[in-house]
Design a protein around this ligand. Structure first.
Ligand code: SF4
Length: 289
């Protein structure tokens, strides 16, 4: 397989995703999220289309297990600004549909609204990442991605078109977007707009993401770095906060989702109690029709 890969996030024993393929039409990522987990292998450059991508995908699909969903994308967002011109992700989706493959889209961008026509006639679901309701904050922590309000509008439009959709509140970063009440409001808002599944995850740090946070968030950035330096625990190549701390951050999201009657899960937290995990799949695959 050249571009279609079995999803195996760093062989993490904490990953609960059902088997699936991951697929990345682009390398690099123009969204430039401060907390990005992927910069150590996709780099820090803007999104660039992979060479001969569709040809390689066509070849891979000949031997692919068609029962497995394809997740576009688990890193390097499939809808960066350049997608408006290249339409590479659109052409990828067309190829997947021709091959009767189930599609799970994970993105922070409202550019995917352009592809509603394709999504509504395919076996697909969308997981939109929304980390805050504040445009001001989303512009600071995800400077190259569309603001929170654009993602909320996209969520509503996708739901109105009958496309199954969930939201990733990922990551939740201490002192930045972990206010209990704000998180509860965020879940209320996205569920009222049509989200039927919520995934949340605490910020798992690497030294490169901590350095970006420190450079860009001033005093708060320094507090975050200190917190991870003094209390962090190394797990699967990442620095995790202590479990009690993580539970306290995740709980408002999960309890609000439970109260509102939608499915919910945490991502790579090692927490399997139904307080944190009450869903047939964590990544939203169960939404695919
Ligand atoms: S959208 Fe994802 S891959 Fe792109 S910069 Fe943000 S976290 Fe990294």
């Amino acid at each position: 397989m050249k571009v279609l890969r079995s999803f195996d996030p760093w062989r993490s024993r904490l990953c609960t995703c059902p088997p699936k393929y991951s697929l990345h039409p682009y390398t690099g990522c123009s969204h430039k999220c401060l907390y990005c987990y992927a910069t150590s292998y996709i780099g820090t450059k803007n999104s660039t289309p992979k060479k001969h991508f569709l040809k390689k995908l066509e070849a891979d699909l000949r031997s692919a297990d068609k029962g497995r969903a394809v997740n576009l994308s688990t890193s390097s967002d499939p809808y960066p600004p350049i997608e408006r011109e290249t339409m590479l992700t659109r052409r990828t989706i067309m190829l997947l549909i021709e091959n009767s493959v189930k599609i799970l889209i994970t993105t922070k961008s409202d550019i995917l609204l352009r592809d509603i026509d394709l999504l509504s006639k395919s076996s697909s679901a969308v997981m939109l990442t929304i980390t805050t309701l504040s445009d001001e904050l989303s512009k600071i922590i995800e400077p190259g991605a569309p603001p929170a309000s654009a993602r909320l509008r996209a969520l509503k439009m996708l739901a109105d078109h009958g496309i199954p959709i969930g939201v990733r509140v990922d990551p939740i970063i201490p002192f930045v977007n972990d206010d209990r009440e704000d998180l509860g409001r965020l879940v209320e808002e996205v569920v009222s707009l049509g989200a039927s599944h919520i995934v949340c995850s605490t910020f798992k740090a690497r030294w490169d993401s901590l350095r970006r946070i420190e450079r860009n968030l001033g005093g708060i950035g320094r507090r975050i770095v200190e917190l991870y330096r003094l209390t962090g625990v190394k797990m699967g190549g990442y620095i995790y906060l202590p479990e009690d701390f993580r539970r306290s951050i995740l709980e408002p999201v999960c309890s609000k989702a439970r109260e509102l009657g939608v499915t919910y899960a945490v991502c790579r937290e090692g927490l399997f109690h139904e307080k944190y995990f009450n869903s047939p799949s964590c990544d939203g695959q169960h939404l695919i029709r």
